[in-house]
Design a protein around this ligand. Structure first.
Ligand SMILES: Cc1cc2nc3c(=O)[nH]c(=O)nc-3n(C[C@H](O)[C@H](O)[C@H](O)COP(=O)(O)OP(=O)(O)OC[C@H]3O[C@@H](n4cnc5c(N)ncnc54)[C@H](O)[C@@H]3O)c2cc1C
Length: 238
């Protein structure tokens, strides 16, 4: 089903990297989805190259959770000629087109759950975390979040608040290239996972991961080597 929706808010990356946007827009009454799914987005003024009759559609994971009143996407700006860059010109009140929801990257029952987010790969995972915590989930939930620098630490205030309010939620983060005035250890999510004490045997921990394919493949390999269960590793690769 196809929808038209008004943009409610756009949050931009505030440093010179100009690397992401968080866009909130209206959720039509007859649109439903589950955490982990994605939608396809297009703008009336951005057509398919070589075919100006057709809109250029791109896929984006839904970062909001179904209980929230709006839809939210978390978008990395790629290059200068794609839809993500075109979204730069959009402002509150403008409309976007979307269709969906699509995808089978969905939560299953678990004993202990670990999320591995790389950059804007946080999008479908924060939707899942919002859903779990909002439903009163009490089983252990870990987030291993790797990103470049402070500017790319998306949702950090909300995640820190979640950790304060929910003793079963643990935020573990690591920048790969922190600003010189940010005194934190740098590294990769594998370093964080290595240091973690899980409350169930390793082969019973479920992993949900999202990010770029090459890095996710390396993390999956690492997890299997460390004794985690390959059948409990689920991912969305972009
Ligand atoms: C399931 C799924 C979920 C995803 N979720 C997210 C997410 O939450 N956040 C996120 O940041 N990314 C997400 N992505 C990646 C996203 O869909 C885009 O691939 C990515 O944002 C590329 O950005 P772009 O601006 O080049 O986009 P696009 O506009 O999709 O461009 C991609 C390619 O199309 C070409 N192109 C650009 N403009 C045109 C045009 N007018 N006509 C024809 N070709 C053109 C470009 O040159 C480029 O090669 C997801 C992908 C998938 C498959």
């Amino acid at each position: 089903m196809e929808f038209k929706s008004k943009i409610l808010e756009i949050k931009k990356c505030e440093d010179e990297n100009n690397c992401f946007r968080i866009i909130k827009f209206e959720k039509p009454k007859d649109f439903s989805y589950q955490s982990g799914q994605f939608l396809m987005l297009a703008c009336d003024d951005f057509k398919l190259r070589g075919n100006p009759e057709q809109l250029k559609w791109s896929s984006f994971s839904i970062a909001s959770a179904p209980f929230q009143k709006y839809l939210e996407l978390c978008i990395r700006i790629f290059g200068s000629d794609g839809l993500t860059n075109h979204l730069n010109s959009k402002k509150t009140g403008d409309t976007v087109n979307f269709k969906g929801a699509f995808g089978n990257f969905l939560l299953k029952d678990f004993k202990e759950i670990s999320f591995v987010a790389l950059g804007t790969g946080i999008a479908p995972l924060i939707s899942m975390i919002r859903t779990l915590l909002n439903n009163g989930e009490k089983k252990p939930i870990n987030l291993f979040y790797g990103f470049r620098n402070r500017c790319c630490f998306l949702y950090h205030e909300e995640l820190e608040q979640m950790q304060k309010e929910h003793p079963n939620f643990k935020l573990n983060f690591v920048p790969s290239n922190p600003e010189s005035d940010w005194d934190v250890p740098k590294g990769f999510v594998q370093d964080l996972i290595e240091k973690t004490d899980f409350s169930v045997p390793k082969n019973e921990v479920d992993f949900y991961m999202c990010g770029i394919p090459k890095a996710l493949d390396a993390i999956k390999e690492f997890l299997i080597e460390k004794g985690f269960n390959s059948e409990k590793i689920f991912y969305e690769k972009w």
